[in-house]
Design a protein around this ligand. Structure first.
Ligand code: GLV
Ligand code: GLV
Length: 339
């Protein structure tokens, strides 16, 4: 019988065509705009050789043991892999593909958007206009004023591809200094550590921070760009927020769990920081209308759309199909997680 692959989404046209062209495979695919239910995935995973998943699908012992010994490869349509038990895959010799390079620019763009929205009170300002408040607030010199990106010190938690591509953009806005904290050995340490700047030297200092305290206290903008791991969970909590400047903004484009939402709500409520721009939040997508974060006028929250440009999602789809196929055939993936 043909090797079976399970795909938890319908894919964008050319990626779907690339997948369908493999007549030597049995392709089982979830065919709806909603995420595939867990039960569907478990039922269909039996004897699968490969599974192509979204970041909403958990890859754990239950799924891997349901699939059984045929399972060779997992391909994730994402850069983040916190939904995957990587140690488990390693112990079963299952390869893991992901799409870290495809989405770098799209997420860096969104990071700049959230930074500017948080500093310039974009959400709050637009909400006032939509509420019909403009007639009561004619132009005046201090109307809706906020901090300015030019001249800011920007601090990064995590300094991978997305962070560095964000720096490249921020230099165009005249930021004064960049500091970063990274747990990855060697990351950022090379002379051309901002390799995404084309290896060119920047006149703006781009420096490693000694501690998270330094990032918190020095930055006018704190950007969370690190992976969610046991050591980064709630890294931005009460203590971190207490060390931030009153005029600073927090931006999270990584995973909600790096930020303690309750502590953030409290800091915003008490005006201990200026504002926040979030693409992700703990417990997403479960953010009902009465969620306390939604009461915060200075918090811009968008629904995990960092990589949501048409070309980026097309490329992610194509790369995840290529990774899946490469995993089945023992070939080199476009991007593979070193387990
Ligand atoms: C998005 O959050 C991703 O991990 O691709
Ligand atoms: C992730 O991007 C990190 O720098 O740890």
């Amino acid at each position: 019988s043909k090797p079976k692959v399970v795909v938890t989404r319908k894919l964008i046209d050319h990626a779907q065509a690339l997948l369908d062209s493999n007549k030597d495979l049995e392709i089982v695919q979830w065919d709806s705009e909603k995420p595939a239910p867990r039960e569907w995935l478990l039922q269909n995973a039996q004897n699968a050789s490969g599974i192509l998943v979204m970041l909403t699908d958990k890859i754990d012992t239950e799924l891997v043991s349901t699939a059984g010994s045929t399972l060779k490869t997992i391909s994730s349509f994402s850069v983040g892999t916190d939904h995957v038990d990587t140690a488990l895959l390693k112990s079963h010799n299952i390869r893991l593909g992901y799409t870290p390079t495809a989405l770098t620019d799209a997420v860096a763009d969104l990071t700049v958007m959230l930074t500017l929205m948080a500093q310039r009170r974009g959400g709050e300002a637009m909400a006032k206009v939509l509420d019909g408040e403009w007639p009561q607030m004619p132009w005046h010199p201090l109307l809706m004023t906020g901090p300015q990106l030019g001249g800011s010190t920007v601090g990064f938690l995590g300094f991978g591809r997305i962070a560095q591509a964000t720096v490249k953009r921020l230099l165009g806005f005249g930021v004064k200094k960049v500091v970063y904290l990274t747990s990855r050995p060697g990351e950022g340490a090379r002379e051309d550590h901002y390799g995404l700047l084309g290896g060119g030297k920047s006149e703006v200092p781009i420096q490693p921070a000694k501690s998270w305290e330094e990032v918190a206290s020095e930055s006018d903008v704190v950007i969370v760009g690190c992976a969610l791991t046991p050591s980064t969970k709630h890294l931005v909590g009460k203590e971190f927020l207490a060390k931030m400047k009153k005029t600073a903004v927090l931006v999270n484009i990584a995973r909600g769990g790096v930020v303690d939402t309750d502590a953030l709500v409290e800091a915003l409520d008490q005006d201990r920081i200026f504002g926040a721009g979030l693409d992700v939040i703990e417990g997403e997508p479960n953010v009902p209308k009465d969620h306390p974060i939604l009461k915060q006028k200075r918090c811009v929250l968008v629904p995990h759309i960092g990589s949501a440009t048409v070309p980026t999602r097309e490329q992610m789809a194509e790369e995840s199909v290529k990774n899946l196929l490469a995993g089945l055939r023992g070939e080199e993936m476009v991007n593979e997680v070193k387990l």
